[in-house]
Every structure is written in C-alpha cells, then in structure tokens.
Design a binder for this molecule. Sequence first.
Ligand SMILES: CC(C)(COP(=O)(O)OP(=O)(O)OC[C@H]1O[C@@H](n2cnc3c(N)ncnc32)[C@H](O)[C@@H]1OP(=O)(O)O)[C@@H](O)C(=O)NCCC(=O)NCCS
Length: 244
Amino acid sequence: MKSAIRRATPDDHARVAEIAAEGDSTDSDPAYLSFVAEAGHLLCSEIDGQVVAFGGVVPVGEIAMVTDLFVARVARGSGVGGRLLQALLHGQRRSMTFSSKSDAALAMYRRAGMEPQGRLLYLSGMAIGGSQELVEAEWQHGRIDLVRYFAARGALVTSDSVATPGSGHLRVHRLVGEDAVGTCERLLTAFDAGNTVDICVPEAHPLAGWLAKAGFAETDHDMLCCSAGVDLPPDLAALHPGLA
Ligand SMILES: CC(C)(COP(=O)(O)OP(=O)(O)OC[C@H]1O[C@@H](n2cnc3c(N)ncnc32)[C@H](O)[C@@H]1OP(=O)(O)O)[C@@H](O)C(=O)NCCC(=O)NCCS
C-alpha cells in the first residue's frame, strides 16, 4: 500500500466534495476550495493513487486556521487524518479550528496540541423587519481577503457585517465590532419578518444570549480547538465555521 500527501488541484475538487459529503459537509464547492488553496493550502492524501482525504488551512494573522479535514469513510481510523493534520500544520506554532463533535476529530486535534476551548453555536431564527434596507459600506476590520471572497459570492457588506441574502433566507458570515448586538439588530430589522436567518456565534459571546432571547434556536455546534495561548478576538461575534 502506497500513501502520499500532495497539494490538491482543481481536478481533485469533485472527489474532495464527495469526501466532504461523506462527512456531512456540503460547503466544499469549487469557489470555496479555490479560496482555501489560494489563501493558504489545500492538501489531499492518496492511497494507491486514490484520493481518500483532504484538508485545508488558511492564515489568520499568525495563527494557522484548519478549515476542513475529512477522511473518506473507507479510510477512517488508520492514521490518515492524523498524518494529514501534521502536514497541514507543518512549521506552524499556533493553530485553531472548529472541530466537529466526533471523538476521532477531537482526539486528532488533541494529539496536535489543540484543546477544546468552547462551543461555536449554529443558530437559526427569524428576521424582524420594520426598518430601512441595509446600506452597503466599507468593511472596517481585518481579513479583507475573506470579506472580498464573500462579497464576490453575493454577500452584502457593511462596516461591521457580512451576510448573504437569499430567497426568504439570510446567512450571516461575519459580524465584528464592539456593538455586535446593535449590528445584528440592524441586520435583522433590515430584512422582512419571515426570512430565516442562520448565524454561527461563539457560545461565550454576549450575542449568543441576545439571539436566544430573540428566539434563535441552536441547530448544531462545533468545538473551538486551539493550541496554547490562542483565543478568538473578543470583538468577533459571528463567523464562518470553516474560515473563521
Ligand atoms: C475526524 C477524521 C478526520 C479523523 O481521521 P481518521 O483518519 O479517521 O483518524 P486517525 O486514524 O488519524 O485517528 C486520529 C485520532 O482519533 C482517534 N480515533 C480514530 N477513530 C476513533 C473513533 N472512532 N473513536 C475515538 N477515537 C478515534 C485515534 O486513536 C487517533 O487518536 P490518537 O492519535 O490519540 O491515537 C475522520 O474520522 C473523519 O473524516 N470523520 C468524519 C468527518 C469529521 O468529523 N471531520 C472533522 C471535521 S473537523
């Protein structure tokens, strides 16, 4: 049996999406995978010439953010994921990820020195409506490459928020700033009541409690896993679970 880890190319995207789907992720479309590859690294593992796993990492300042790590069902539990994680983090001192709840994922991240720090809540609720349309504005925070990526995919950007409106639906990708509750309220009132809203919020952030009172329900959660000394910035109120 011959195994290898190499950079993924666009020719791998279809197989990568299949492997992600086996891990219940439907987010690994070509635009997303290309963004990860360009901003950081997208690697895949082969056994006897067949791609059996993929993983990505992007820089967030000096921190290596593991965006994805999925192993095809047939190849799980034999060290493929652990070796791929080592390759993704090669030469990196500080790392983080939002891990799935699976025992294997948490064990794999612990082995790499990334300990669980808190939950990232997937919250779903309704817009409130009643105010004027949201006016686009220049983003006032860091990660401009990430904000441009979402904007290129149709997101509406304001100074503190990035969200994609769809038909009857709003997905909030990023919300940063000291007045996160005010920013979120402006978003929710700018869209008609009846639109569903999905947003991922660190459990420890005050916005999580405010959204719970506004009727948002937890549909899932991931676990923030970090190497020593790494934490989320306190002004990061909502984020994308893969890209942070
Ligand atoms: C999580 C995942 C990437 C791990 O890859 P893998 O190749 O199966 O894992 P490995 O064989 O490298 O093992 C990694 C660690 O998990 C442990 N492990 C493996 N399978 C396990 C299981 N079923 N239960 C508990 N621990 C398990 C291993 O013992 C190892 O820990 P150790 O180094 O302390 O011994 C893979 O199982 C997977 O894709 N799962 C589904 C999708 C998913 O949850 N992805 C993670 C997204 S964050």
